[in-house]
Ligand binder design. Sequence first.
Ligand code: 6LW
Length: 503
Amino acid sequence: MTTLFNPLLNGFHPDPSVVQVDGAYYLATSSFEYLPGIPIHRSTDFENWELIGHVATRPGQLGVEGVPTGGGAWAPTIRHHDGVFHLVITDAMGRGMLHFTAPDAAGPWSDGELLRSRDGSGIEGIDPDIAWDAAGNTYITFSGLQLTGALDPNAPAHLGIQQVRVDLANHVALEAPRSLWSGTGLMFPEAPHLYEIDDHWYLMIAEGGTERGHGISIARGRSPEGPFEGAPSNPLVSARSTPRPIQNTGHGDLVAGPDGSWLCVLLGVRPRSGTRAFSALGRETFVTPVTWHDGWPAIAPVQRHPRPGTRVEPDLDRLDGEWIGVRRLPAQTADLASHPGAIVLHADGSTLADPRPLFLGRRQEHLNSATTVRLDVSGGVGGLAVRFDENFHVEVEAGAGRVTARATLSGLVQEWSHDLPTPVVDLHLDSVRPDPGWRMVATSDVFRLGFSAGGRARVHLADVDGRFLSSEVTESFTGRVIGAYAVSGDVVLHSWVCVGDDD
Ligand code: 6LW
């Protein structure tokens, strides 16, 4: 039996989908407005996972450059058929429902083709699944959330679980969508996956919404088109109204594990505070065992089993796959040529309040985290930030003789400034457990902001309550991203060290 670490993938990696090919596992997750998009992780033991690439590495594969915050790459399904990797996904409020292929999951992937209805318009829905039957029919099963109609109060916001057979070579539906079993009546039936197991077709979905009410339900029938009968044990798994440390569990995908027993990958959060209210890292990927009884799966509650802590000190003479940009590729953000061994960030007039900041980031992967960067701001102004989005970010910024800690929280801005003795400065951004002191209800964590310069000891600038950068407060689908940024002139990033662990 493998060591099932949970989270399986630390940091925001929601909506996981997994496929097993020739003894290796390939896991795809959502990436929203960040690029490169749709990370692919690989494992042979379900314990150690390696980021092997991304589906969207080129401009135009996704249309995220202009999507609203939280739009973009939502909920992939990855499968393997006739020697080819297939991935379907909705580029929400971007290009629409897309189909990508690749001979190797590490890429390069295709440009992405729009899946169209018979009238030529894009198929309207999210969370597409792709499956084939023995006769060679290709099924796209999806959640009928009407994103474009959402602005029309009279439009049906949700059509339930929908399905069409498609001509995959021409990316066009062969029929009008049919409605399938859509769960036990909870809101937001979504994340459908079809499986042909033994002599049944199983339709597994998420329902209840991706927050605390989230859960997984399943139905089965004799045909991929239904009719489907719901399991008597639905929901198969949900943390709703439980004291479990992993909450929001749902949006799953089933796979036979390395030892032949079944596993379910699914999303969850690790909320902290007195009432476990705030999820700093966003929705992460978890895994839990599955057993079968009388032809129905039973999914075990997700057990907390954090990985050992890490120290990350990336080489700055290359951009590894963990670097991400906001609606722009890291290669469009970072100059690796002008200062070998360091990354130069050339400000372009954008700030962290803009939709495409000059920001080179990495997911925050641990609940307790300490990041230090060494910047040369002799030629500009920039800093080290942790962000959820344009409205919620906390940073330490240096340049023009000043160093400033700043919290921007949905229009509320507070700053703490100090003289900057030298233009080469270490900026510190730590996320630490709060000292509850006299309060019963503490927060999720506290940001500790400071700097060190000229060989002198660290100067503490400010403490900022971490609750404001959580999924719940920001109402976000993503999670915290820590990054270096520039707002004027040129800023040189000489080093990056992030140490973290999960208590
Ligand atoms: C995803 C859907 C969802 O497509 O959120 O709330 C979307 N549920 O399953 C983005 O994660």
